[in-house]
Write a protein that binds this ligand. Structure first.
Ligand code: ATP
Ligand code: MG
Length: 539
């Protein structure tokens, strides 16, 4: 057995050594009330990854105990995103598959004298729950006999009572230091159409009660969840012990992934979609897996990131720059190189005629990637920022009378700038040095600047999109998300690109510009920023 990589694996090793279990079974438990986000990728990494490591299996478990918020659209999106990350679930299971058994267990609890029907309203229950320092007050209905409870509970199921009129509570301990054990509600009356069971039920189990039962029925050995469930573990264990589950699944909590400059809660993400701040759940600025995919972030980079941040119990916030650095490292190794000009400026080589092929390495970091031919010609586009009429000291790009190299082609000298009526440079006329061809330069001219370019004769128009983080830094305007949201986080440029980008969708390093995803939107070529070229993250 490989050595434990984190505290969860250490617990599992312990359970295996003690002979409590033989095969590992986990589950990934999304609630289908929104799209999965990068935080869920960590949860999948933990649940699927742990099962994989031990040669066990992981189920996809839809926690659909809350009918009013759940939708089939989300179920489909969740499946798609898990598959995209490359995880395989053994079974697809819904909490609602077990509603009959969960109900039967509730009757069993009633018969055992461990649950009672309570007529207090939700507000009254809340008001009598006590505080962290004060015990709660017992419900006046706590003493009902099992027979009466059973009759009332069945009537609840039959629809005899209005929503909220009654509920079923576990009978545990109103003086417990853990508020979750103070006779928690385990069933409520709710007339809502369920996305799978329709109108069959008008009572629904609460998550804390249903979850240990669903885990047990699936044969889950380790129920891995995030830290906010730590205080719920005593209830999880109470359900299992009271109902005599054997072997009882073990719940282990780990810290959630938090990333700076990203909203992660589904509630907020939903708001962004509904208010039109973003184009949809799959907007490339969204931290959803659909958004990250649309952005061009490879699934492998996401898993690599999860592996690098590790699994711990301590809460922390990870810099978004670290995530981007991992993505950049991955793309640097795997993304082919291409050229596009973000803000095109025409460059005419006065003394050049015809055209010729120059070779570009597809990816200098990928062994055996080879080269591809690019057609060089008389009229090119360079970046506006690569020419200056009024250059600062040590300016190595093009200036009048100065030299610069056109990447993998020739050195040119700028001779004349054509300006429009506003004084903006619209074209630069230059001379090329025939002896300066890359790889065979005998010119003796030193040109420090190397500029990327595209051939005007073959260039295609592209819409180039750049993005800011959706969320400003935490110190921007307090902690409220809505104040920190950048509504102007998408920037669009009319770019010129190498023609092959319109034919071969994919992720590229646009030389000197950044990592971009190329794809067609109708007839239009879109170049959408994945991450910037430069690493501004301080490792
Ligand atoms: P949200 O607050 O975004 O709605 P959630 O916890 O309600 O998240 P679920 O669909 O219930 O979302 O989550 C499924 C699983 O993913 C849970 O086990 C949950 O703990 C885990 N999870 C959710 N967010 C994160 C996160 N940021 N980091 C790690 N795990 C997470
Ligand atoms: Mg949840």
């Amino acid at each position: 057995m490989a050595e434990a990589e984190n505290f969860i694996q250490a617990f599992i090793d312990e359970d295996l050594a003690a002979g409590k279990i033989s095969a590992i079974k986990t589950r990934f438990p999304p609630e289908p009330n929104g799209y999965l986000h990068i935080g869920h990728a960590k949860s999948m990494f933990v649940n699927f990854g742990t099962a994989e490591k031990y040669g066990g299996t992981c189920n996809l478990f839809f926690d659909d105990t809350n009918p009013s918020k759940e939708k089939t659209e989300y179920v489909d999106a969740i499946r798609r995103d898990i598959e995209w990350l490359g995880y395989h679930w053994e079974k697809e299971v819904y909490a609602s598959d077990f509603f009959d058994i969960i109900y039967a267990y509730a009757e069993k609890l009633i018969e055992m004298g461990k649950a009672f029907v309570c007529d207090l309203s939700a507000e009254e229950i809340k008001a009598t729950r006590g505080t962290l320092t004060e015990p709660g007050t017992e419900s006046p209905y706590r003493g009902r006999t099992p027979e009466e409870n059973l009759r009332l509970f069945r009537e609840m199921r039959e629809g005899k009572y209005a929503d909220g009129e009654k509920c079923l509570r576990a009978k545990i301990d109103m003086a417990s230091p853990n508020i979750n054990l103070r006779d928690p509600v385990i069933y409520r009356i709710l007339r809502a159409e369920h996305h799978r069971t329709g109108n069959k039920w008008c009572i629904y189990p609460m998550y804390d009660y249903a979850h240990p039962i669903c885990d047990y029925l699936q044969g889950v050995t380790h129920s891995l969840c995030t830290l906010e469930f730590e205080d719920h573990r005593p209830l999880y264990d109470w359900v299992g012990l009271t109902l005599g589950f054997s072997p009882k699944p073990r719940q282990i909590e780990f810290a959630r992934l938090n990333l700076t400059n990203l909203v992660m809660s589904k509630r907020y993400l939903k708001k962004l979609v509904e208010e039109g701040t973003v184009h949809g759940w799959d907007d490339p600025r969204m931290p959803t897996l659909a958004g990250l995919r649309a952005r061009g972030i490879p699934a492998e980079a996401i898993k690599d990131f999860c592996a690098r941040i590790g699994v711990a119990k301590a809460q922390s916030e990870c810099e978004i720059g670290y995530f981007e650095a991992v993505v950049r490292d991955w793309l640097n190794l795997h993304a082919p190189r291409a050229m596009a000009v973000v803000s095109p400026l025409k460059l005419t080589i006065v003394n050049y005629e015809g055209e010729e092929q120059v070779d570009f390495e597809k990816n200098p970091l990928e062994e055996g990637a080879g080269t591809r031919p690019v057609v060089f010609g008389k009229e090119l586009y360079i970046e506006q920022a690569d020419f200056s009429l009024d250059p600062p000291p040590k300016y190595h790009r093009l200036k009048l009378g100065g030299y610069a190299r056109l990447k993998n082609a020739y050195i040119v000298r700028a001779d004349e700038a054509v300006t429009d009526e506003n004084g903006n440079v619209v074209e630069v006329k230059c001379t090329y040095i025939p002896e300066s061809r890359s790889g065979n330069d005998t010119s003796g001219i030193k040109a420090k600047g190397v500029l990327h370019w595209v051939n005007a004769a073959t260039a295609v128009d592209a819409e180039l999109r750049q993005y800011d983080h959706l969320l400003r830094d935490a110190d921007y305007a307090g902690q409220d998300f809505s104040e920190r949201i950048r509504t102007d986080s998408e920037h669009i440029f009319a770019a010129k690109a190498e023609p092959f980008l319109a034919e071969q969708a994919g992720s590229y390093q646009l030389m000197r510009t950044g990592y971009y995803r190329a794809f067609k939107e109708g007839e239009k070529l879109v170049l959408s920023e994945i991450v910037s070229l430069k690493d501004n993250f301080n490792k």
